[in-house]
Design a protein around this ligand. Structure first.
Ligand SMILES: [Zn+2]
Length: 108
């Protein structure tokens, strides 16, 4: 009994949600593999001889970054304490500190 090689599972296209297909880039697997969306043609080329490596690349999704938010009063207090020493590595850093300090005091 021979084991048939498993076809890697591909997630839908990250751009349009279309179905993706995996293929060897050339007759020699040393040229790698391509994954391509069948709708929008978005895709990637993997230089790996392993189709699983190409599928893993395709299936990797970026994690969304958290939405920016206003700092809490406690966080602002921490920043104030950390910056209280007013020891600056450069005049530019000192200038930035004075802008931040003015904003922390309420724009005065
Ligand atoms: Zn697509």
């Amino acid at each position: 009994m021979t084991d048939k090689p498993q076809t890697p599972t591909l997630k839908p296209c990250p751009f349009c949600g279309g179905e993706a297909s995996l293929s060897q880039a050339a007759s020699d697997p040393a040229y790698g593999h391509d994954v391509c969306c069948t709708l929008c043609l978005g895709g990637l080329h993997s230089m790996s001889e392993s189709p699983t490596d190409a599928a893993d690349l395709w299936n990797t999704r970026a994690q969304p970054t958290p939405e920016p938010r206003e700092p809490t009063d406690a966080e602002l207090q921490e920043v104030k304490l950390a910056l209280r020493s007013e020891v600056f590595p450069s005049e530019a850093a000192a200038a930035v500190w004075h802008i931040i300090a003015r904003q922390l005091r309420g724009g005065q």
